[in-house]
Design a protein around this ligand. Structure first.
Ligand code: HEC
Ligand code: HEC
Ligand code: HEC
Ligand code: HEC
Ligand code: HEC
Length: 385
């Protein structure tokens, strides 16, 4: 049986490379000092991406001299992100591993993100450094991809949308919807139009943040105007997307979240230590010129703004409960044996919007005006006799 790759073995590899790179070598052979450029190896399982030529291992693998990448600090931050500890990496089958594992994401990238489906991944690892970057093959931390992302539409009557928010595009490769069946239809207003829902998870998965930010993907009722908040078109956000707010830098001063918020934790809400129950926010990304200015946006402003959305979402839940479309625990009251029939079908848009906003999980912060308009129109659709 093969031994696992222990830390000691890693160290041995590092030392071996270091010896080669730092000059403890003999005279150059006929292929010159660095040898011939070989082909990247294959293991039969994955194509090895290999190492960039002349890569200096110690420039990253050394907390003392690495004041460029601060790899160890970033690793510490990442370990405190849901990416590392969320635990959903056992979603490693063909339909799931493309977003829930590093190995699956790399496969999608190799395939130009043509599909969400990948080969199943045994012994998977969660979305980590090598998902978003390829430090060994490139010798730096550039993003694997920052191409614009096509977000499929899960509503009849709308076409797919193109998400283009610079560095944030890499996030949208995973924080995007999956498919939905049956799809709600914005034209079905007749009393005889019925939609039959047979799944308690009748929603396009959980990663709807990219859609929400750009103001698409909600069920827009006839005759209602929908607007976007300043976030959708703000210049800084157009360049960095999710990164602008979720990855505020950890440069001292000030002391931002001490590795527990911002940076690679990607958290805005955090607590000060592992044991603490306090609630703190990294708002450094908000309080910059061109956005909310210096100190303009505080924890109190944020909580007040979120409260309005939470209240409306709660009212919507109450109406869905009254119709018995959702259970007390919040899942959709439907299965193949117990189908949920909604007529006129357009009203299912209210159920759809409830989960769209719930799963966005920003309590309106991504796009307040759009969120509030979706909530108001959904409430109205359910209140219409
Ligand atoms: C540009 C930065 C960078 C350089 C240069 C670099 N590495 Fe890495 N390496 C990383 C990162 C990031 C990780 C994953 C971090 C972690 O898990 O701690 C990693 C992980 C590793 C691992 C752990 C096994 C694995 O695949 O996760 C080994 C072994 C390793 N590197 C060897 C090397 C060797 C040998 C060199 C020089 C030939 C090198 N690295 C150069 C960034 C770098
Ligand atoms: C490889 C796919 C992938 C990429 C790329 C990705 N994410 Fe995630 N993200 C996930 C998954 C999967 C989860 C949930 C993890 C779990 O539950 O195990 C998650 C969770 C999160 C969470 C925590 C949500 C919560 O409920 O606390 C935040 C915040 C987040 N991602 C932000 C980002 C940002 C910002 C980017 C881009 C810089 C990004 N993600 C890129 C897959 C990805
Ligand atoms: C297109 C990318 C993508 C695919 C494919 C995908 N997921 Fe996810 N999934 C995500 C993201 C992103 C999150 C985290 C969203 C968040 O926290 O806001 C997530 C979250 C989850 C969660 C946690 C939900 C919660 O809030 O507790 C579960 C469970 C889950 N996915 C299961 C699956 C399963 C099962 C499959 C395959 C049938 C799958 N996922 C396929 C992107 C994906
Ligand atoms: C979910 C995606 C994601 C994951 C996982 C991730 N990063 Fe990053 N990383 C980013 C984004 C986005 C940036 C900002 C890019 C920029 O500013 O150019 C970034 C920036 C960086 C930078 C700064 C780059 C520079 O040139 O200044 C370093 C270093 C870095 N990451 C290291 C890591 C390490 C180490 C890990 C694993 C512990 C990791 N990243 C995991 C998305 C990710
Ligand atoms: C304008 C700033 C901003 C942008 C841009 C932004 N977010 Fe957020 N996001 C927030 C705020 C604020 C919250 C709510 C924090 C809270 O109250 O816990 C949030 C919440 C979330 C959550 C819920 C989990 C958590 O950590 O609380 C996820 C997941 C998330 N954002 C992912 C993303 C992704 C992916 C993108 C890019 C498509 C993105 N965000 C863009 C500000 C932003």
């Amino acid at each position: 049986m093969k031994k696992p790759f222990t830390p000691l073995a890693m160290l041995a590899v590092l030392v071996a490379f270091a010896l080669v790179l730092f000059g403890c070598e003999g005279p150059a052979g006929s292929d010159g000092k660095d040898g011939k450029d070989g082909k990247d190896g294959t293991t039969g399982v994955l194509n090895l991406e290999g190492f960039a030529p002349n890569i200096n291992c110690g420039s990253c693998h050394n907390p003392d001299i690495d004041t460029t990448y601060f790899l160890w600090a970033r690793r510490y931050q990442w370990e405190r992100s849901l990416h590392a500890y969320g635990g959903d990496l056992e979603r490693n089958g063909p339909d799931c591993a493309g977003c829930h594992t590093t190995e699956g994401f790399i496969e999608r990238w190799k395939n130009n993100f043509a599909t969400q489906t990948v080969a199943p991944k045994s012994n998977p690892s969660p979305p980590g450094c090598f998902a978003c970057h390829s430090p060994h093959s490139r010798g730096d931390f550039s993003l694997r991809s920052s191409n614009p992302v096509t977000l499929a539409s899960t509503i009849v009557g709308y076409s797919a949308a193109t998400f283009d928010y610079g560095k944030g595009n890499v996030c949208a490769q995973c924080h995007q919807p999956r498919s939905l069946n049956p799809r709600p239809d914005t034209s079905k207003y007749a009393a005889s139009d019925t939609i039959v829902i047979t799944s308690s998870r009748w929603y396009p998965h959980y990663g709807v943040q990219a859609q929400m930010l750009m103001g698409t993907g909600g069920f827009q009722f006839r005759g209602t105007a929908y607007e976007n908040s300043g976030h959708t078109l703000n210049t800084a956000i157009k360049e960095e997307g999710c990164v602008a707010c979720h990855m505020a830098s950890q440069v001292y001063p000030p002391d931002l979240g001490a590795g527990r918020g911002g940076g690679h934790t990607m958290k805005i809400r955090y607590s000060s230590t592992e044991a603490a129950t306090d609630t703190l926010f990294v708002l450094a990304g908000c309080n910059v010129s061109g956005c909310h200015g210096t100190g303009g946006f505080t924890k109190a402003t944020l909580l007040a703004s979120e409260k309005a959305i939470e209240d409306s979402l709660h009212s919507l839940f109450t109406l869905l409960r009254q119709r018995n479309w959702v259970t007390a625990s919040g899942s959709i009251n439907a299965s193949t044996g117990n189908p949920l029939r909604i007529s006129p079908a357009y009203r299912a848009g209210a159920l759809y919007n409830y989960f769209f906003i719930e799963h966005d999980a920003s309590r309106g912060m991504h796009n307040k005006k759009y969120t509030q308009a979706l909530l108001n129109s959904s409430l109205q659709a359910l209140r219409t006799p």
